[in-house]
Design a protein around this ligand. Structure first.
Ligand code: CP
Ligand code: NVA
Length: 308
């Protein structure tokens, strides 16, 4: 029977904090938790949640996951704690380490998350930064595995902005040996550091493709994935990005150019009829709500592999 292993790294800041074996293990553990074939108990364990940006799925899935594991969460709202007053991260992190068993953080700068991890003696989890969303990618690949059984011959085409969600898909895809294609406008490429790291893991340049024409990028794809064009913190770029991403909407026409069995994913929240049409979200190809559910199962699996 599968049992949680302890991850080699203390923190989960990036998809790069897992080995291929650890990534596969978390996904398989989550599958067992989902099928009720595994009951885990972490009584009295406390997860602190610091969210500098809004969240529905990540916040609630962490809260329910801890509750199912027998532990609790504390919502450290920056506006009602001293975090919002600007208390240095190195002080907050050391204090919270003395109360909490783990801390999940959603913030803007990835370097702030790294600063928390540096000073915290307890595991720190990335609940989304401007650079990565690694918990999301785990749920995404669990959803893909549920449909296709394994990752062999899976081609994932991400259509949209080359930022946090795309970055974690690229890195997690590299760990799992999945071909990942990013279809984005020329000015919205993924971070070169992420591309370099992924190519090092793949040991090949062929499995990660950057393509600027969505029609070409979806040919032969089994998974079409998109995310909002303007992320949290980019509200003032909305008008410009809506223009730049014209032609990058996943609609029924684009979907019809992918493989017949292609599934559609979106991390949510979505702007319907911008990056994806209402029709595609509600289509038989959509696995978007299974994907959202899987955040919960993956969160339990991840927490059980990080709790010290
Ligand atoms: N996908 C995701 O992270 O959703 P939330 O912003 O609602 O947490
Ligand atoms: N790219 C989006 C993801 C939201 C889950 C954002 O950062 O706002």
């Amino acid at each position: 029977m599968i049992k949680p292993i302890k991850l080699a790294q203390k923190d989960f800041l990036s998809s790069l904090d897992m080995s291929t074996e650890e990534c596969t293990h978390i996904i398989d553990l989550a599958k067992n938790i989902k099928n009720n074939s595994l009951n885990l108990e972490y009584e009295n364990k406390v997860l602190g949640l610091i969210f500098d940006k809004s969240s529905t799925r990540t916040r609630v899935s962490f809260q329910v996951a801890m509750s199912r594991l027998g532990g609790t969460t504390i919502d450290l709202n920056p506006t009602t704690s001293q975090i919002g007053r600007g208390e240095p991260i190195k002080d907050t992190a050391r204090v919270l380490s003395r109360y909490c068993d783990l801390i999940a953080i959603r913030t803007f700068n990835h370097s702030d998350l790294e600063e928390y991890a540096k000073w915290s003696t307890k595991p720190v989890i990335n609940a989304l930064t401007d650079l990565e969303h690694p918990c999301q990618a785990l749920a995404d690949f669990l959803t893909i595995k549920e449909v296709f059984q394994d990752f062999r011959n899976v081609v994932l085409t991400f259509i949209g902005d080359g930022n946090n969600v795309a970055h974690s898909l690229i890195l997690c895809g590299a760990l799992l040996g999945v071909e990942v294609r990013i279809a984005c406008p020329k000015g919205f490429l993924p971070n070169p550091f992420i591309i370099k790291k992924a190519r090092e893991i793949y040991k090949s340049d062929d499995l990660l493709k950057i393509i600027h024409d969505p029609q070409t990028a979806v040919k032969g794809a089994n998974v079409l994935y998109t995310d909002v064009w303007s992320s949290m913190g980019e509200e003032n770029q909305k008008e410009n990005k809506d223009k730049e991403f014209n032609g990058f909407t996943i609609d029924t026409d684009l979907l019809s150019k992918a493989n017949k069995d292609a599934i559609v994913l979106h991390c949510l929240p979505a702007y319907r009829n911008k990056e994806i049409t209402d029709e595609v979200i509600e289509s038989k190809n959509s696995r978007i709500f299974d994907q959202a559910e899987n955040r919960l199962h993956v969160q339990q699996a991840l927490l059980s592999c990080l709790i010290q």
